[in-house]
Design a protein around this ligand. Structure first.
Ligand SMILES: [Zn+2]
Length: 105
């Protein structure tokens, strides 16, 4: 399953790591993922799924993060650390979310 890479604009973006995290109040399932493309692009993605009757919804967004963030997440997954999604999606210096892109199949 490959997604649209925001850098080279081809469908070669792959999920290389995927791990369950604590779901938000409106989600039933939440995953944090590392995504990588053969062009060298690397990012983090959040997959959220809610199964609440009419509100059945999937939200899958990628984040443009600094390179050290994907390394940090890779380590956290390997060491089975508790992962706080905000540490990987919010820029601590500005308090804002990193720029996002649609995870498009
Ligand atoms: Zn690419």
């Amino acid at each position: 399953m490959s997604f649209l890479c925001p850098k080279c604009k081809t469908y070669r973006l792959e999920i290389v790591e995927s791990i369950k995290v604590e779901p938000g109040p409106n989600d039933d399932d939440k995953l944090i993922q590392i995504v990588r493309c053969s062009c060298g692009f690397e990012g983090i993605a959040i997959y959220e799924e809610s199964r609440r009757g009419a509100d059945d919804a999937v939200n899958h967004m990628g984040y443009f993060v600094p390179e050290n963030k994907t390394t940090e997440l890779e380590k956290a997954i390997k060491n089975k650390e508790n992962i706080n999604v905000r540490d990987f999606t919010i820029n601590r210096e500005t308090g804002y979310s990193y720029d996002r892109f649609e995870m498009e199949l």
